[in-house]
Structures are given as structure tokens and as C-alpha cells.
Design a binder for this molecule. Structure first.
Ligand code: DLZ
Length: 156
């Protein structure tokens, strides 16, 4: 298994996004993992000069509801980029596949609408170990990386 994870983020370029407005929509399912991702995103924003209070935070019950939450915020026309944060972990039923497909298709549809960029920070893991590895473990923190992606999208 690959362990040579390296995030390619140019903080100097992304500091120009410090005057942009960001929102995070996060899911309450698997909240221990989601909190780690949200903190990763906030850490990135603080590194480019944004305060936590300047980031709009909105919670939804589960990842399935991320699309609706993001759509509502898109329609407010107040944000330059929105990050959807969730953690979907495979269980014993087919829920995993249905939720993953719905979330990613829904977020893709929002991007096609083009109101504002919506970044997908939704982990889709087989087990909690994989989720921990991607939320501040050996594969970095996808919340941090996705916040950088959101910043970049405000500058293109
Ligand atoms: C129902 C469900 C299941 C089984 N697993 C997860 C999960 O791993 N991660 C997640 O974010 N949400 C899960 N949910 C909840 C759904 O996303 C959704 O909130 C409910 O189906 C209600 O629409």
C-alpha cells in the first residue's frame, strides 16, 4: 500500500483567497472523523489569514443531506466557495453505495449549475482505520487539502 502521501499546496499563492467568503457544510454522522476534517479545513484557512469566525459553518444530519445544505448556501449567493464535509463508512448493507453515489452525483450537479464551486470532502472508507488515516493520519488531512482546493477555485 502506498504511504508516500504528499500534499501539493502552494500556501503563498493561496493567500490571495484570504479576502474570499467560504462556507463549510458538514455531516453529523461519524462526527469524530468529520470534526477532524473540519478542523483540518479551519487550520488551512487560518494559515492563509482567515479567522474561524469568518468561515460559515452549517451542519446537516448525514452525508446524504450535504447536497441540500450546499444547494441552500449556493442560492444565498454569499460565498465564493463551499466545502461539503462528510465521512461515509461501509456497513453491512448497501447503504454505503447508494449514499456515496448520491452525494457525489449531487455535488457534481451543483458544480455543473456553476453558482459557486462546491468541493467534495467526503471520505468513502471501508473502515474507521482508513478514515483516521485520511483525517489527520498517514495520508494527511483531506479537510486541509479540500480547503486548499476551495481556495484555489476562488482564484481561477
Ligand atoms: C444511514 C446512513 C448510514 C448507514 N451510514 C452513513 C455514513 O456512514 N455516513 C453518513 O454521513 N451518513 C450515513 N447515513 C445517514 C445518511 O447520510 C442520511 O442522513 C440518512 O439516510 C437520512 O437521509
Amino acid at each position: 500500500m502506498a504511504t508516500n502521501y504528499k500534499s501539493k499546496i502552494d500556501l503563498d499563492l493561496l493567500r490571495d483567497a484570504a479576502n474570499k467568503k467560504f462556507a463549510i457544510v458538514y455531516s453529523e454522522w461519524n462526527d469524530d472523523i468529520v470534526n477532524r476534517l473540519v478542523n483540518g479545513a479551519i487550520k488551512f484557512f487560518s494559515m492563509i489569514g482567515l479567522k474561524k469566525e469568518e468561515i460559515a459553518l452549517c451542519s446537516v444530519p448525514g452525508s446524504f443531506e450535504l447536497v441540500y445544505g450546499c444547494k441552500k448556501l449556493c442560492d444565498e449567493n454569499k460565498y465564493d466557495a463551499i466545502i461539503a464535509i462528510g465521512s461515509i463508512i461501509r456497513g453491512e448493507t448497501k447503504h454505503f453505495d447508494f449514499i456515496c453515489n448520491s452525494v457525489f452525483n449531487g455535488l457534481k450537479d451543483l458544480n455543473v449549475q456553476g453558482i459557486c464551486p462546491v468541493v467534495a470532502c467526503v471520505l468513502t472508507d471501508e473502515n474507521i482505520k482508513q478514515s483516521l488515516e485520511r483525517s489527520g493520519g498517514k495520508f494527511g488531512n483531506k479537510g486541509f487539502d479540500c480547503a486548499a482546493a476551495a481556495a484555489k477555485m476562488t482564484l481561477i
